[in-house]
Structures are given as C-alpha cells and as structure tokens.
Design a protein around this ligand. Sequence first.
Ligand code: AGP
Length: 602
Amino acid sequence: MCGIIGIVGDYNNTNDIINGLKSLEYRGYDSCGIVGLVQNKFIEAKSISKINNLEKIIKKNKINTKISIAHTRWATHGKPSLVNTHPFIKNNCAVVHNGIIENFEYLTKKFNIRKNLIKSDTDSEIIALIFDKLLKQNIDPIKIIKQIVKLIKGTYAFAFLVKETKKIYAVKKGSPLVLGISDNFKAISSDILGLPDTTNEVIFLEDEDIVEINHTNFKIINFKNNTSKRNKHIFTPKKNFLIKGKFKHFMQKEIFYQPTSIKDTFFNYLEKKTKKIFLPKSDINFTQIKNIDFIACGTAFHACMIAKYWFEMFSNVNVNVHIASEFRHKKNINKSETIGIFVSQSGETMDTLQCLKFLKKNNIKTISVVNVFNSSIARLSDLIIPTLAGPEIGVASTKAFTSQLMALCMLLLNFQKLDNSINSKNYSDLLNTGNSIKKILHKDSEIKNIAKHLVNKKSIFYIGRGLMYPIALEGALKLKEITYKHCEGYAAGELKHGPLALIEDNIPVIALAPYDNNFLKILSNIQEIKARGGEIITLTDKLGYKKIKKFSHSTLILPDTKSYSAPIIYSIPVQLIAYHLAVFLGTDVDQPRNLAKAVTVE
Ligand code: AGP
C-alpha cells in the first residue's frame, strides 16, 4: 500500500507535508516524492529511500510551497526507481495514487496515450497522462475525474494537483482517504495520521466521493454530481496527547479518550457506505492462511487471547497465542500456511521483537498491530495495522488495548469475509461501542465507590469465562501494576481446582458476567465463592443484574454487548477500578514503580 497526502493553504506547508509523509511511512517506503506549485510552475523532489532523505533534498532545493501533493510508495507496478516514483508530473497536472489500476492497458488504448509519453512502468502514470490530455481540451477537472473513474477497474485513491485552477482534487474507491479541515488549509491524506497537527476537523471520505479543495473551501460530490454530506469529526492533534488538560493523570485522560480512539480505529479501516473493511495492502494472501501465531506480552497478550476466541468463534483458522518471552524457546514451528501476528503498543518490546525476527528468519509472513507505526516491530513487519489510539503516555495501557481489540476485530472480519464486508449486526455493534463506552464513563463515580471499597483488601480476584477470561486477566494486571496490591485473574471455572482455597471471609471477587452463554455457569461459580465467605462484586448488564444482584455485595450494570463489543466494553470498568484504587492508595499512577512504558530488554 502507499500513502498519499495533499495540502493547500495560505502558508508554506512543506514541513506539514514532510511530517505527514513520515506518519504515512508505515504504508510503504520504497520511494517518496513531492510536487508543489510555485508561481505557476511545478517544483518537485523525489527519493528512492526514506522520507528523511527526501527531506534533505527538499531543504537543499529550498522547496517551499502553499499547495502540494506527496506520496510514499510500496511498489506494486514497477520496481522502486526514481522514474516510478510518484508524483507523476505532466504539463498541466500532477498525480499521486494509492491502489491498483487493473485495466491500465485498456485505458492507455481507450484514450490513445502515445507510448513515447509513458516514462514509467506504473499503472498510475497512465492516469496522469489521461488527466493531462483531457485538461488540454479545457474539460473541467471534476468532469475529467468522473470520465476516468467510471472506466477504471481496480482500487484507487488519487490526488490531482491542477496548475490552472491551483486546486487539489481527490477521489477514492477501495483505498482510504480522509479530508482534513482547518481555517487556513484543507488537506487530504490516506489516513488521519498524515494530517497536519493543526487540523480542526476530519471527514472520513467514502467510495465515489470526489473532493475539490483550495485553502478556503472544500466541496464533496459523488459520481452522480450530488453534493455528498459527510459527518465531521473533531481532530485531536498529536501534541494534545502530551498534556493532561482537565485530567489528574494521563491514564485517566487516556481512559476517557476511548470513545474517540475506538471510533478513529474503526473508521480508519471501515468504509461506512459500503460496510467494507480496507486493511493496508500487502502481499499476504489471507485465503491461504491456515495457522496464526499471535505473539505479545502483558496487556497486548490479553488482546491476542481475545483475538483467539474471536478467530475460533468466527473462522476456521487454527490460532495459537504465545507469551513472547516463552515463544523464544520454541524449537519447531509450523511454517506452512502460517503467519505471525505481533501486537504491541510501543512496537519496541524486545521479547516481542526477537520473536518477530525469529519468524522472519523462518520466512513466515508477519503482521504487526502497533500504536507506534514507525517502531522497530512495525518496520520489520510485512503488514502494519496501526491502532490509531494516539500516543499513550500512562505506563498502564488502556486506550491502546481497546484499539488493539478493534484493529484485531477488523483483521478477523477481513479474514472471515473474502469480500471484506461486515454484516449490519456486527457493524452496528462495533459502531455503537464508542457510545457504550461513554455510558460507562458516566458511571465513573459508581466505579470509584467500588474501588474505594477495595482500599483495605489484602487480595483481590477477577474471574470471567470465555471472552471475559482475558479481561479478568487484564483487570488483574491493571490493578496489580498501578496499585501494587495482590490481584489474580482466573478463568471462573478454574477456581474450584485450587485457588478457591484462598477464598475466605470478605475476600473480594470481581465477576465479569455479561448475560451471555456463559452466564449460568459463572453464576454457579459465584455461588461456590459466596458459600465460602467470598465477597462478590459483579460487572454485568440489565438482564444479568436481575439474576446476580442477590449474590452481590455491589453490582455495576453495563450496556448490553455482543461478542465483538463485549471485551472492549468490559475493559473500561476494570481500567477505572484500578485507576481509582491507585489514586486512593496514592501510588504513582502514570509511572508505577519497577515498570517502563516500553520494555526494551529481554
Ligand atoms: C500494560 O499495562 C503493561 N504496561 C505491560 O504489560 C505492556 O502491555 C507490555 O509490556 C507490552 O508492551 P507493548 O504493548 O508495548 O509491547
């Protein structure tokens, strides 16, 4: 896959373009280039290496422009070379493209593009030549776009810079594209990471949207010439993540940011109109994958456990999850039809990184689900799936975890349906997850009371079944790492095989009990605990509440959930219980003792 970006503003925005390209580098970095318009002339810079090298060329050539488009390439047609590097610059226009034009030879003939004009081996240049030819016939750029795209077979996100109108035009189908809006500029980018930090609002464009931008206005129409109304979302600049604002701790801020981070991750991969999922492109053939090895540490490992349940519930792929530090000792691995999926917030965890290198040495394709997309783990992976949670400062991972779950859900749905569509039940379940999280955040004071009750407890248990078992482990980890209290997470059915001996009067057991197909079983586990003096705190939903209330010291009623949303929703109260308990105990919430945000030692 490639990354495209375009900005038109009332200021020199070349630096924003460079920073945007760096943020899109995870999409491919075989080559990169920029073209700007200065006094009605195209000025360009290209490089067949990383963005940093392009940056040097831009500075050396003193390229400073208010309107430009740029591209970072993952080569599909034509090897990484300068001549194949986007943008493709012709007399009246310049073009960048992300996607694959399957019928570019047909289009070459259809529009009588002379062979001697074709300089590259790419499909994208043909579009540049056609666009330029039609501009010479004084056809309106939007009309040209409509004329071309209705003949294209394939996927595309194009950005066109037109000399005469001094505007940028963009169109997408099957490749992601977002529109960034600010008072003094408009920008388009393959994803929100590429937008300038000073963006105010973002629109997730949909298939067949055609966008026209200059620095004061933007217009979105569709192929039928109707104006397309698109929702605007508030854009959170990266620098905002580095301040606590109204919150006492970064962890608290990051917990409360989850309605946004979940939505940003969801919409980054899911096309609203078609309900299709678009993962970054790679040469991994998902239809041939029979085995998946998920590998991670800590909270990220819990995300992998959830993914295993999901993959086994909804696909016939054989899934194993491994703690990275243990996987390192494996001698024989199943290599055929296998991929390794590495989940890591920091993308720098040494245990995880070493496993990635081990699989690569065995020629196994790798996917990384990371929150830092230019991290070591990301750079070594064959496919990067960013979690779009924004920088996470608190050592205890919260928003990155729930975004990992959303990203893994998108990955599964992409595996599950070869036409990468998502059925409307799952779509609305995931779409409403952000709102459900908001409802839980409104219960913050109720959750704080639960935490207050735990202040003097010497030991605390979490229990869950099925999808709730990894959340029980995650809740216990959150509580341990920031309150320093002993806390264990268990599969609810496992308690009677030993740990029940620890239960005595007033030992609190927090039961994760949505009214699902495990409910009746966890209800009997709760009664086993109750019978031994244990104190039950239940996180459940309306239906579960009616049946579980009489056994509970306290109960938190959560929104109804389905398989995909349940782990994400039940993560929120366990995060808040740990957070408030830590505040009551006066520990260092954001930088707890003995820990680090990225464990870069083995
Ligand atoms: C999570 O709250 C912990 N800080 C820790 O378990 C963390 O998840 C683990 O070290 C893995 O980190 P990573 O996601 O950056 O790879």
